[in-house]
Design a protein around this ligand. Structure first.
Ligand code: GDP
Ligand code: MG
Length: 166
């Protein structure tokens, strides 16, 4: 069983940390080069029953910049071609302007989108519920999964859930 996943989110929410944790020792391909117009493989996770290819989505990481229609189209196409989109946020920060740009783009996506709440090691569990409610209001996420990419909390669970969508 195999499939394609992309991770989007504002800078510093923990996308690279997540990739490092997931791909870790099982590294096949890693790229940290700035991309232009083509989607690239960031890494491939493999275990005994699945192969998950993580795809970079150029254009969506710089929500402050005014992007050409073409770049927006590229990002939109990628989001519509993968098996699931992981929209990552920082549990400490909550909703921000940069998120709105991404959520607007996600409105045109018909693939499953997960809300990944990262850095849960930094917040009190009581803070999660109001955060979840706020984001639930803005988008019909298929799954909402809190993790700590740094400490690895719940990351295995997330991988198991992803497998259900491949
Ligand atoms: P990216 O810009 O989305 O790729 O974010 P990075 O992966 O570069 O992470 C930004 C910063 O957040 C780094 O200093 C990471 O060590 C830190 N970070 C990432 N994930 C976690 C987490 O789960 N818990 C904590 N405490 N820090 C994290
Ligand atoms: Mg990064």
């Amino acid at each position: 069983n195999s499939g394609f996943i992309t991770i989007i989110g504002r800078p510093n929410v923990g996308k690279s940390t997540f990739m490092n944790h997931v791909i870790g020792q099982k590294i096949a391909i890693m790229s940290d080069k700035p991309q232009t117009t083509r989607n690239t493989i960031q890494g491939v996770y493999t275990d005994k029953d699945a192969q998950i290819v993580f795809i970079d989505t150029p254009g969506i990481h710089k929500p402050k910049h005014k992007l050409g229609d073409f770049m927006v189209k590229v990002a939109e196409n990628t989001l519509n071609e993968v098996d699931a989109v992981l929209f990552m946020i920082n549990a400490e920060e909550g909703y921000g302007k940069g998120d709105q740009y991404i959520l607007d783009l996600l409105q045109r996506v018909h693939n499953p989108v997960f809300l990944i709440i990262n850095k849960i090691d930094k917040v009190h569990p009581d803070q999660l519920l109001p955060l979840i409610d706020e984001y639930k209001d803005k988008y019909a996420f298929k799954e909402i999964i809190p993790i700590s990419a740094l400490e690895g909390n719940n990351v295995d669970h997330l991988i198991q859930v992803i497998k259900q969508y491949l």
